[in-house]
Write a protein that binds this ligand. Structure first.
Ligand SMILES: *[C@@H]1O[C@H](CO)[C@@H](O)[C@H](O)[C@H]1NC(C)=O
Ligand SMILES: *[C@@H]1O[C@H](CO)[C@@H](O)[C@H](O)[C@H]1NC(C)=O
Ligand SMILES: *[C@@H]1O[C@H](CO)[C@@H](O)[C@H](O)[C@H]1NC(C)=O
Ligand SMILES: *[C@@H]1O[C@H](CO)[C@@H](O)[C@H](O)[C@H]1NC(C)=O
Ligand SMILES: *[C@@H]1O[C@H](CO)[C@@H](O)[C@H](O)[C@H]1NC(C)=O
Ligand SMILES: *[C@@H]1O[C@H](CO)[C@@H](O)[C@H](O)[C@H]1NC(C)=O
Ligand SMILES: *[C@@H]1O[C@H](CO)[C@@H](O)[C@H](O)[C@H]1NC(C)=O
Ligand SMILES: *[C@@H]1O[C@H](CO)[C@@H](O)[C@H](O)[C@H]1NC(C)=O
Ligand SMILES: *[C@@H]1O[C@H](CO)[C@@H](O)[C@H](O)[C@H]1NC(C)=O
Length: 313
């Protein structure tokens, strides 16, 4: 009896700890109080404390490829001995890794775009029936060009032999504009696509997103902080990954400051179930403690009750 209820308490404690770790998501103070209590009760604790680091190590492996293309263009200006007056048209990034691109016609800046863009590719290797994944980032130094037209506008970001063209359309009936599509053109050489099949190497691939996304009211900007993934269709398997996006087109002003932001729907798939789970775990704890205290008292009085023994199962 005693052992059984202790096992139930332990199971609930581990459940609550797992939830706590998830909800704190990197906050350090919470794990420390849980480890001493677990260490005193059972040997299961070390296995549960080891698991969080193993899941976090998976992330850094995917990150390095995104940052590697950027340093190449920046190292080339160094050998130039001429002093400071080199005026580049590319503004410094807004310090959080986002590119900052604008398109202007005369004194009107029709498009302002700030975001982190990358694309994930899956391509065939020289080894038969084998494929590899490749993530390529659009460097913040990519050059912006485009057209400020009344009905369609675009901003084309170019780097090396690659480009991404973002075309905007609008609907005067709904008073909204949108991204008509993203069109990516990428040159696949053996350097950027290691060991790519010889049938595919040294060729340009064209990939297009589905149309009419990011619908936004006139005189407002589209904003989405979370990561967005858009499938691409074309002659290579790929997807577009956008982060910390803010876009505005069909502007009529000369400044480069975004109008009121219209946010994408907040995506909170984890927080609600975790909160519910924690509330339930807390409830189970309260019930258990009440049960244990009650049982101890009733034992003292000389009778046994196990009506509430199944609360936690
Ligand atoms: C973005 O670049 C423009 C110039 O192209 C500059 O005026 C603006 O301040 C920059 N915005 C940020 C947030 O850096
Ligand atoms: C842009 O310049 C034109 C003439 O050069 C002027 O008439 C117009 O008011 C200016 N627009 C803005 C937004 O500054
Ligand atoms: C590659 O796949 C095809 C079709 O699945 C198969 O016929 C062929 O034998 C495979 N080649 C190798 C080298 O595994
Ligand atoms: C504008 O939106 C309306 C309503 O959704 C639609 O019927 C119309 O075809 C759209 N016009 C254009 C040019 O896309
Ligand atoms: C292609 O790149 C890979 C890895 O960078 C290298 O091992 C291989 O020798 C290259 N192949 C050719 C044909 O250059
Ligand atoms: C490319 O292939 C060569 C030999 O076929 C191999 O040694 C090398 O590790 C491969 N490189 C990559 C990045 O797959
Ligand atoms: C691809 O281009 C590189 C560099 O121009 C060249 O060395 C290589 O032979 C080319 N590969 C093929 C298969 O044409
Ligand atoms: C991919 O498609 C584009 C547009 O359809 C075409 O210009 C390009 O040549 C194609 N590339 C290959 C390698 O088939
Ligand atoms: C957008 O703002 C401009 C100037 O602020 C105004 O002339 C225009 O009518 C506005 N457009 C809409 C659709 O509200």
């Amino acid at each position: 009896m005693e052992c059984k209820s202790i096992a139930v308490v332990l199971a609930c404690a581990l459940f609550a700890c797992a939830l706590g770790d998830k909800i704190s998501a990197g906050a350090e103070p919470t794990p420390s109080p849980t480890t001493p209590s677990a260490a005193t009760t059972s040997t299961d604790a070390p296995t549960s404390t080891k698991t969080p680091p193993s899941t976090s190590t998976a992330e850094p492996t995917t990150l390095p490829p995104t940052t590697t293309p950027a340093p190449e263009p920046t190292t080339t200006p160094a050998p130039v001995t001429t002093p400071a007056p080199v005026t580049t048209t590319v503004a410094p990034p807004p310090s959080d890794g986002r590119g900052n691109w604008t398109v202007s016609d005369g004194n009107v800046t029709c498009i302002v775009a700030q975001m982190v863009i990358s694309a994930k590719f899956n391509y065939a290797l020289q080894t038969p029936n084998k494929t590899a994944n490749k993530e390529m980032s659009v460097p913040v130094t990519a050059k912006a060009s485009g057209i400020c037209d009344a009905t369609t506008q675009n901003v084309k970001l170019s780097w090396e032999k690659n480009s991404i063209d973002i075309t905007f359309g609008k609907n005067d009936t709904t008073k909204m504009y949108y991204v008509a599509n993203f069109k990516l053109e990428v040159f696949a050489d053996n350097a950027s696509f290691p060991n790519i099949s010889s049938d595919l190497v040294n060729k340009t691939y064209t990939l297009v997103s589905s149309s009419d996304v990011f619908k936004t009211n006139f005189n407002q900007s589209y904003r989405c902080i979370r990561e967005e993934s858009l499938p691409l269709t074309g002659n290579m398997s790929a997807a577009l990954i956008l982060n910390k996006v803010q876009l505005e087109a069909f502007r009529t002003k000369s400044d480069k400051v975004f109008a009121t932001a219209q946010d994408c729907e907040l995506d909170t798939p984890d927080i609600v179930p975790i909160a519910v789970g924690c509330a339930l775990a807390a409830l189970v704890f309260v019930v258990l403690i009440a049960y244990l205290v009650g049982r101890r008292r009733s034992q003292a009085r000389g009778y046994l009750s196990m009506n509430t023994a199944r609360e936690c199962s």
